[in-house]
Design a protein around this ligand. Structure first.
Ligand SMILES: Nc1nc2c(c(=O)[nH]1)N[C@H]1C(S)=C(S)[C@@H](COP(=O)(O)OP(=O)(O)OC[C@H]3O[C@@H](n4cnc5c(=O)[nH]c(N)nc54)[C@H](O)[C@@H]3O)O[C@H]1N2
Ligand SMILES: Nc1nc2c(c(=O)[nH]1)N[C@H]1C(S)=C(S)[C@@H](COP(=O)(O)OP(=O)(O)OC[C@H]3O[C@@H](n4cnc5c(=O)[nH]c(N)nc54)[C@H](O)[C@@H]3O)O[C@H]1N2
Ligand SMILES: [Mo]
Length: 665
């Protein structure tokens, strides 16, 4: 591997190696603690991740609103009385950017305590079935719908900032921006009646505890950042942000809190992508432009690739193009368990040890948890001698990139990382505990290594930590181990203004970047409402993106990879339930079994993502038997959300034709 990657770097420079981080990177301690080190050692501008086919619009809008892209408001679902949910299906996904064990049960409790759940989704999902109210919406038009709620709230004088009043700038800017977006103007685009919009706006503003929550359906669309911004604009204008039962901020035990309620603010576009000039967002370029960067010759062309827990051939737009581009790379390395659609292009695959042999702490998910909790799960099976822990693989790669060679001891990198963290946390050389030098602190951390040592350090310096002795009752990893079921640190508490890191120290409700994109939305609204059939995605409880299909129990039963279509559309197109259809878009074409259902709105069809396990060279016996089709063959990589570069995976214009089956059954 060293022999494959280093010559590429030597000849073409660091930017010629792309790093792609897949979704499971958010679920391992190793990535939470070592990706930064690895990325720094590689020092490439070509950073990509599944965030740009997922939630980057939320990060971008929250970055602009609150000053940090990781400051995400979480709907306080346990205490709210009114939840407006757009484009999320927690009955399948168990929630996203909102960590809540048994999300469905918590929604049922909302209903039981007399609260109301309103779901906006082009599909009558299981969540929608359980809701008090559901409305179909034309995919991609949530920003219009949300803007019209804002419009009504201003027009009817329903703005009530409450205790936020001293902490918000830009209310008038939002008022002006919302003027054009009346319910009358958006209704035909969204396919939601104007009376319904007026009523929802009034109910939302009138509820004593309400929250607006949007997920995939508001994100992987062409106005993703605007829609995500508007979700929080509504939370602010109704006084529900940072209020019990509204949308609140978690306080993870491993992250520092407090400090000045001001910061540098958030910027995108500190550098741009080479081929299409996409601004970086959180140091990343859009997955949608990865193939451009690989195929386009010139200085900085991507010629090698490192993927960690990612399957971009299945998960990103225009899969066929990316598939070819990966095949043409000089060298590719993948850290993954599976030889799948993407890793089949790798020259070297580094399989990490079993997840059960890794300990676990949810670094990312406690930052968006509906209660502040802390839990650590030690590994349950020992690691085989020949296997490597995930952090060791990453540390070894970092050694290679930083010129120390593959043979360097990962422990040396580990020591370096913890020293760096201790030095940065205590720049004056002393901790809060008098007499504790950095060296003393390092020696107090000696019991653990790798991610566990980093966790111990972060817990001890966090808001509930033992401060290495200054608060002896406080948290440390030792203490946490005494609680095998974790510790519940209680419901979310108000965090404004301490959490704000904008330059003004206020919530910047009408950032320039956002307002400039409102014009794009307005021109879309001024055109006649679209009527072409569009494709969206869906999730299933027994699937997880692209990688649960090789497990017999999770794929047994009837084929789930179908084209769902409304009966009227099916009749018009001559499609039969169980028959097959050809679905085509500007990017490609797939053939898929038809499932007719009135649970999807007219003019919209859906295919689940994550399938298509029939490419040559993959080695997944069970998945290959029931491969399904890769819906991202149809996604057009040229369609992105302007501000964040996020791919448009919902609302893809498609044509559909029945396939006449020849011969008998
Ligand atoms: N079982 C299971 N759980 C998962 C996953 C999985 O694959 N399987 N994946 C995990 C991951 S990585 C994520 S990011 C989360 C995602 O979590 P969710 O966002 O809750 O999951 P989805 O099922 O994608 O829900 C998106 C909903 O948006 C709707 N939709 C599509 N287009 C639009 C639109 O334009 N507007 C509106 N309002 N709605 C629209 C779809 O019909 C769908 O019901 O789930 C996580 N949990
Ligand atoms: N059309 C459409 N496309 C979508 C979506 C959609 O709704 N519609 N959803 C998008 C979303 S939200 C996401 S998050 C992306 C996900 O897209 P990706 O992150 O690219 O893909 P996954 O299917 O999650 O694949 C994860 C890979 O990680 C491996 N893996 C699992 N655990 C580990 C581990 O601990 N370590 C290592 N090294 N490898 C591991 C698995 O074997 C698998 O190969 O897909 C996106 N693509
Ligand atoms: Mo995701």
């Amino acid at each position: 591997m060293e022999q494959g990657l280093l010559p590429v770097i030597k000849k073409y420079g660091n930017d010629s190696v792309a790093l792609y981080l897949g979704n499971p990177c958010a679920h391992t301690m190793a990535s939470a603690t070592y990706i930064r080190t690895l990325a720094k050692s590689l020092n490439t501008k070509n950073m990509y991740s599944s965030s740009t086919v997922d939630q980057i619009p939320k990060h971008a809008s929250c970055g602009l609103l609150f000053g940090s892209p990781l400051t995400l408001p979480i709907p306080d679902i346990d205490r709210t009385n009114y939840l407006l949910m757009l484009g999320a299906n927690p009955f399948a996904s168990n929630g996203s950017l909102c960590t809540a064990p048994d999300f469905p049960g918590r929604l049922r409790n909302l209903h039981k305590r007399g609260g109301k759940l309103v779901v906006i989704d082009p599909c009558r999902t299981k969540t929608a079935h359980q809701a008090d109210e559901h409305h179909f919406i034309r995919p991609g038009t949530d920003a219009l719908f949300l803007f019209s709620l804002v419009h009504v709230i201003f027009r009817e004088d329903l703005v009530s900032l409450g205790k936020l009043a001293d902490h918000v700038l830009g209310v008038e800017g939002v008022r002006t921006a919302s003027e054009a977006f009346s319910p009358e103007a958006v209704s035909d685009h969204c396919r939601i009646g104007k009376d319904v919009i007026y009523r929802i706006a009034r109910e939302l503003a009138g509820a004593d505890k309400a929250a607006v929550y949007g997920r995939m359906g508001t994100s992987v669309v062409r106005f993703g950042t605007l829609a995500n911004w508007l979700v929080d604009v509504l939370n602010v204008l109704t006084g529900n942000l940072d209020r019990e039962g509204g949308a609140m901020f978690s306080m993870p035990a491993h992250m520092p809190s407090g400090g000045p309620s001001k910061g540098k603010g958030f910027k995108t576009g500190r550098w741009k992508s080479r081929v299409k000039g996409f601004p970086e967002v959180m140091g990343e370029f859009p997955a949608a432009t990865l193939a451009d960067e690989m195929e386009t010759p010139g200085e900085g062309q991507v010629r090698a690739m490192l993927t960690i827990a990612a399957n971009p051939v299945v998960s990103t737009p225009n899969s066929n193009r990316l598939d070819k581009a990966l095949a043409d790379l000089d060298f590719m390395v993948s850290i993954d368990f599976y030889l799948n659609e993407s890793t089949r292009h790798a020259h070297v695959i580094l399989p990490p040890a079993s997840p059960l042999s890794h300990s676990h702490y949810d670094f990312f998910f406690y930052g968006m948890s509906v209660r502040n909790i802390v839990n650590f799960s030690p590994s349950v099976v020992p690691r085989n001698e020949l296997e490597m822990d995930k952090w060791e693989i990453m540390a070894r790669l970092a050694s290679i990139f930083s010129g120390m060679g593959a043979g360097a001891d990962p422990k040396a990198i580990d020591d370096f990382v913890i020293q760096y963290m201790v030095n940065s946390a205590f720049p004056d050389g002393e901790s809060k505990t008098p007499g504790h030098s950095r060296e003393t602190i390092l020696s107090m951390l000696e019991k653990y290594e790798g991610p566990e040592r980093i966790l111990d350090f972060l817990l001890r310096t966090g808001p509930h930590g033992d401060g290495f002795g200054s608060s002896p009752e406080g948290l440390s990893l030792d203490k946490l181990l005494l609680y095998p079921h974790g510790i519940d640190l209680g419901p979310l508490k108000s965090r404004i203004p301490e959490i704000l890191k904008t330059a003004s120290g206020k919530i910047e409700l009408a950032p320039e970047e956002i307002l400039s994109d409102v014009k794009r939305l307005q021109s879309f609204m001024e055109k006649p409402p679209e009527s072409q059939r569009v494709l969206i995605s869906r999730r299933h409880l027994r699937s997880n993106n692209s990688w649960f299909h090789n497990i017999p129990k999770l794929v047994k039963g009837k084929n789930r990879c179908t084209l769902q279509i409304h009966p009227d559309d099916a009749a018009e197109l001559g499609l039969n339930d169980g028959g097959r259809a050809r679905v085509s878009s500007v990017a490609g074409e797939v053939t898929v079994p038809v499932e007719i259902t009135a649970d999807i709105m007219k003019g919209v069809v859906s295919i689940p993502h994550g399938w298509g396990h029939d490419r040559p060279g993959i080695s997944m016996k069970v998945a290959s038997k029931n491969p399904g089709v890769n819906s991202n063959i149809l996604a057009d990589e040229n369609q992105t959300d302007k501000l964040s570069g996020n791919a448009v995976l919902n609302g893809i214009p498609v044509s559909i034709a029945a396939i006449k089956e020849s011969g008998g059954k």
